[in-house]
Design a binder for this molecule. Structure first.
Ligand code: ZN
Length: 314
């Protein structure tokens, strides 16, 4: 595992015992809470953790669905490149609204009855939400999606965008996939990105962006968003590959990093441009090493942000 994140992500018992005494010693040399904090930071002690971390570590048996359990959304790939962390241009996103949809919810697994309830997605009925997947070590997809969402929100706000999250671990479960779509619609979002990581087999690697297919059934009518969503997805896929240095999925999308689906409620019910980003495969150990790295997640957020910025600037 090339775990190299600047933050403490999933609990890492090997680090804390060694680092904490050092931090305390330094803090003692320089009186004052602020300086002590600075020393702690310098030693890499700051974590932006988030609620999901607890879930993943506390009960990996419960919180770890079987491989491939990333129910609502599945896979496809995009185009890689290499570098870049600078924003694509320097214009302002003032007046632009971006909705970030962190897939699943850290405590969905405690509410199976509620999340298994079927909701109408236009083309049929589907479970309200799913638990999501996890790495083999118990780092949950829900923790991952929230962390990337927070990083992405910061980047977009710096560009002047108005950013809303569909959930921030501030509710016991969900929201359901139909509500996730409605949140973007009600916000009149200029772009919506649903963040996920996949739960596929070992050896299946890489990222993919899921685009809405053209559907018209019941409450679902994606015809107006298929075009702009594809544009959004292509830009995100290209920038995600560049920023993270990772390749498009080797198991869906024929190497393009793009997959079109007509069975996802979160896409079918959207009336604004929207894509899902499957950042990698949590069940592959090499991908998991990336997904559990805070440094890599920052790159992932950067890539997604750059794609959104390019899309919104037209
Ligand atoms: Zn997911």
């Amino acid at each position: 595992m090339s775990y190299a994140g600047p933050e403490l992500d999933p609990p890492d018992p090997r680090r804390s015992p060694l680092r904490r005494p050092l931090a305390v010693a330094l803090a003692a040399l320089v009186p004052g809470a602020l300086l002590g904090w600075l020393a702690y930071e310098a030693l890499g002690g700051s974590g932006d953790g988030g609620p999901g971390r607890v879930t993943g570590a506390a009960s990996s048996s419960q919180a770890s669905p079987p491989a491939g359990a990333d129910g609502d959304e599945k896979p496809a790939p995009a185009a890689p490149s290499a570098t870049a962390s600078a924003p694509a241009g320097s214009g302002s996103l003032k007046g632009k609204v971006v909705v970030i949809d962190p897939g699943h919810n850290p405590t969905n697994f405690r509410h199976t009855a509620e999340i298994n309830r079927k909701v109408d997605i236009g083309t049929g009925a589907k479970e309200c939400d799913t638990t999501g997947t996890s790495t083999n070590d118990g780092y949950s997809e829900a923790a991952f999606t929230l962390d990337v969402a927070h990083r992405l929100r910061t980047l977009l706000q710096r560009q002047g965008a108005t950013v809303r999250l569909t959930q921030d671990a501030d509710r016991p479960f969900g929201p359901c996939i139909d509500e996730r779509a409605r949140i973007g619609n009600a916000a009149h979002a200029d772009a919506v990105v649903s963040i996920h990581a996949d739960g596929s087999g070992t050896g299946n690697r890489g990222f993919h962006v899921i685009l809405p297919g053209a559907v018209r059934a019941g409450a679902a009518d994606t015809r107006a968003i298929v075009g702009p969503s594809r544009e959004l997805g292509k830009l995100i896929a290209a920038d995600f590959g560049r920023a993270t240095g990772t390749a498009p999925s080797n198991y869906v999308g024929d190497g393009s990093g793009l997959v079109t689906r007509e069975d996802l409620g979160g896409l079918n019910l959207s009336t604004v441009p929207k894509v899902f980003v499957e950042c990698g495969n949590m069940r592959d150990s090499k991908d998991a090493a990336l997904l559990t790295s805070g440094a890599w997640r920052q790159k992932a957020a950067q890539g997604i942000s750059e794609g959104i910025v390019s899309f919104l600037r037209g």
